[in-house]
Ligand binder design. Structure first.
Ligand code: SF4
Ligand code: SF4
Length: 489
């Protein structure tokens, strides 16, 4: 079956497996292909890379003193900005929600269309596609590249290889460079990078990401998907017999024969399938997989073999769809002569859609309801309480007040639910309004204070009672509360 470099070797015989598990790497030389899938992949590649490289330069006005970068992870300022959304460190659960949503979306995509993530959206696929396009531009298409690698190592050879390395290096550096721009004001940092004034950590990350991009997209390529990535192993649990996959219609294609042989067989009254054994589907495959051998771990479901086979079928005037998206159940049904069936809406896709909607709905609700002021309480752990000499009991707390707007505010702090006679003291705060401590919080920031709640000994109700801390902004009367407990002997 192997037809020169770039084609996967046939499976070794059974006893060969017993002797060795080692598979020598065979360099894959994917050929260029044109067609609908290729156009879709180009469109996705341009969109995703465009977003990645351009996003740090998009501006978003937030008011005086605040960064005007639309997407920014401001680590020193402890903020994450995404257009109109501003996430504080206390709200890290939004990231958890996003990760859960991303996981369920991946599961949904997989249950509908198999490894569609791997074939179209994964960064390994996108950057490998880009690196391959550059390689093709410099070294030529499949045949030229094979000829170059097998030919003399002369000036033309080294010239092309060096040019390719430089081009790959520029893309890799741009990839690493764009990443760090998400962590500081992009135009300023870009200028600093080129004038040697950027912080060392920026150069370090650019170096790491330049190397990894170059290594994984330029050198590792399909080996990352086949050997390193855990997702192909996990996704089997997310899919079922109704999931769409790139499939070879063996019922139509077999017995395969070249055009010439096929004519002879047909003339002799022998059965002959539509596959003309031209290997175009294998030649264009970025992983060197032969889709005609059935579902394989090495197939990233990129769909390029569909384009290759479609163009062959069109040239031969035969119906297209010999290699196409289909489901395992239809593969079996066709063998039995039954018509294909398609079921996108089924229990598992409904479940994933409900879970995604639920998590997104909950996140949106909490985001809308979160208000522009907040309070977090941390009860002292050691000791949980102190009994004073007059019999009263004292609990200590760390109180963090959040002011999410662009001007300063003064908050009163009160404790609710505690017995009559309870005192609230805040360390370092003398000012009060109506007997309540008044705490000043700067614009768009937080302030942490130490507080103590003291309950007279004869008013203690139980060993642990709920208490509520309430802050009220004196400027706009916005309030926020947090629940905690009061511990007694
Ligand atoms: S077999 Fe087809 S779908 Fe699978 S990786 Fe190769 S070209 Fe892509
Ligand atoms: S491209 Fe189509 S016809 Fe050619 S070998 Fe592949 S499946 Fe057969």
């Amino acid at each position: 079956m192997a037809k020169g470099p770039g084609f996967a070797k046939p499976a070794p015989p059974k006893d060969a497996f017993e002797e060795s598990y080692y598979q020598e790497h065979i360099k894959v030389y994917p050929a260029a292909v044109e067609g609908t899938v290729r156009k879709v992949k180009w469109a996705i590649l341009v969109t995703l890379l465009g977003i990645y490289y351009v996003m740090p330069f998009i501006r978003w006005e937030r008011g005086p003193g605040l960064p005007n970068q639309a997407v920014l992870a401001d680590l020193p300022g402890r903020r994450f900005y995404f257009f109109f959304i501003e996430i504080w460190p206390q709200e890290v659960y939004y990231f958890t929600g996003l990760l859960i949503t991303a996981a369920f979306t991946l599961f949904l995509m997989t249950s509908i269309a198999g490894r569609v993530w791997c074939g179209y959206l994964c960064w390994q696929t996108v950057w490998t596609d880009l690196f391959l396009a550059v390689e093709r531009l410099i070294e030529g298409d499949r045949r030229d590249r094979i000829k170059l690698d097998e030919g003399p190592k002369n000036g033309a050879y080294f010239g092309k290889k060096i040019l390719k390395m430089v081009a790959w290096g520029v893309i890799a550096a741009a990839t690493g460079g764009a990443w760090v721009l998400y962590f500081a004001d992009a135009p300023t940092l870009l200028k600093q990078i080129f004038t040697g004034q950027a912080p060392f950590i920026a150069y370090l990350w650019i170096g790491i990401l330049t190397f990894t991009t170059w290594f994984f997209a330029g050198w590792m390529r399909e080996q990352t998907c086949i050997y390193a990535c855990p997702w192909p192993r996990i996704q089997a649990a997310m899919t079922d017999e109704y999931a769409l996959n790139v499939t070879y219609r063996a019922d139509r294609g077999e017995p395969r024969a070249s055009v010439k042989e096929g004519k002879k067989l047909a003339a002799a009254g022998e059965p002959v399938g539509d596959c003309v054994d031209c290997y175009q589907c294998v030649a264009v495959c970025p992983t060197g997989t032969d889709i005609r051998l059935g579902s394989q771990l090495s197939c990233i479901q990129c769909g390029l073999c569909i384009d290759a086979c479609t163009s062959i079928m069109e040239k031969l005037g035969r119906p297209t769809g010999l290699v196409a998206y289909d489901t395992p159940i239809n593969f079996d049904r066709r063998k039995e002569g039954l018509p294909p069936i398609y079921r996108i809406v089924r229990p598992r896709t409904i479940l994933y859609a409900v879970l995604i909607s639920g998590v997104l709905g909950f996140m949106s609700y909490t985001f809308i309801m979160r208000g522009n002021a907040g309070v977090n309480i941390l009860h002292d752990r050691n000791p949980l309480y102190v009994t004073n000499s007059d019999g009263s009991v004292r609990n200590g707390y760390t109180v963090r007040l959040l002011n999410r707007i662009g001007h300063e505010r003064n908050f009163t702090l009160a404790v609710e639910g505690a017995p009559e006679g309870t005192r609230l003291e805040v360390v370092g705060i003398d000012q009060n309004v109506g007997g309540l401590p008044l705490i000043h919080v700067g614009a768009d920031t937080t302030r942490e204070v130490r507080a103590a709640v003291i309950v007279p000994g004869d008013k203690i109700k139980g060993t642990s009672d709920d208490v509520v801390f309430r802050i009220v902004s004196q400027e706009d009367k916005v309030t926020a509360t947090a629940k905690d407990f009061f511990k007694a002997p």
